[in-house]
Ligand binder design. Structure first.
Ligand code: NDP
Length: 284
């Protein structure tokens, strides 16, 4: 078997084309242009490049976006005050603080200061609680992108055994919750899991979010499994690769996401969706 590749880049482009129409319609019906403010603290090159990608994608669909760049030595209080001002500003629909932050600033405090109605990253505890209880909310972008990719290929989720490797608050835990909401049976694995293969080989859908190149190989999966590779790892030659050994796994999986052009572009597309949702307002 050779897996069908789920091309996140193409799917994200399709979604952006649809969102462009949605943004135009919103402008015509309500004279609202969704506005996203991104805050970047410091000079981390990877963060700069992510922020650039988010702004470019926003502009493409007609979302107005603004970048607030703050120096590395910004104090926690200065950042919190900037966020509080944006919370009060009615023309700002979505606020995103690019992570990671310098170590002298508490990420949790920052996340909790963003008004939940503007929490387009979906990291605020209120957004997380609403997701867990199945209420309308901003879904965290990477998990939301993964579920959208599965649905785009009509991959059955209900009743399937989903195994997730990784339990971070931004990827592993929430993607499990979303798939549980879709009636999957979910198993979480992590660095303390004993005999990882005994779990991965049971997976109908395997989601890998570890952050280590090529941990998952062909022998770890069952024939016909759907494999979603979230990892982004930079090799010595500067190229990007996933947590999954693409060349071997492609021979046994039924569907596989590549890195790059897989989950990454979907994450940004979901941020745009959340920003449009913020401009329209959450339902109770
Ligand atoms: P974290 O470092 O927060 O979490 C990694 C998880 O992997 C942890 O739960 C850890 O376990 C687990 N883990 C580490 N080593 C092993 C191992 N050998 N076996 C089993 N589990 C292991 O990472 P993130 O969740 O933030 O990101 C994961 C990857 O996804 C990274 O490469 C990141 O760059 C990428 N990413 C990609 C995005 C995209 O848009 N494509 C978006 C966000 C992240 P423990 O909890 O026990 O430490």
């Amino acid at each position: 078997m050779s897996a069908e590749i789920i091309n996140g880049k193409e799917l994200a482009q399709q979604l952006r084309n649809e969102m462009k129409k949605e943004v135009l319609a919103l402008k015509e019906s309500s004279n609202i242009t969704p506005h996203l403010t991104v805050i970047l603290v410091g000079d981390n090159p990877a963060s700069k490049s992510y922020v650039k990608g988010k702004q470019k994608a926003s502009n493409e669909v007609g979302i107005s976006s603004e970048l607030i760049q703050l120096p590395e030595n910004t104090t926690e209080q200065e950042l919190l005050t900037t966020i509080e001002d944006l919370n009060q500003n009615n023309s700002v629909h979505g606020i995103l603080v690019q992570l990671p932050l310098p170590s002298h600033i508490s990420e949790q405090k920052v996340i909790e200061t963003i008004e939940p109605e503007k929490d387009v990253d979906g990291f605020h505890p209120i957004s997380v609680g609403r997701m867990m209880t199945g209420k309308d909310t901003f879904l965290p972008c990477t998990p939301f992108g993964i579920v959208t990719m599965l649905k785009s290929k009509n991959i059955q989720i209900e009743g399937q055994h989903v195994v997730i490797i990784g339990r971070s608050n931004i990827v592993g835990k929430p993607v499990g919750q979303l798939l549980l909401n879709e009636n999957a049976t979910v198993t979480y694995c992590h660095s303390r899991t004993k005999d990882l293969t005994s779990y991965t080989e049971q997976a109908d859908i395997l989601i890998v979010a570890i952050g280590k190149a090529h941990v998952i190989q062909k022998q770890h999966i069952k024939e016909g499994a759907v494999v979603i590779d979230v990892g982004i790892n930079r090799l010595e030659d500067g190229s990007l690769t996933g947590d999954v050994d693409f060349d071997s796994v492609v021979e046994r999986a039924s569907f596989l996401t590549p890195v790059p052009k897989g989950v990454g572009p979907m994450t940004i597309a979901m941020l745009l969706k959340n920003t449009i949702k913020a401009a329209k307002g959450l339902k109770n």
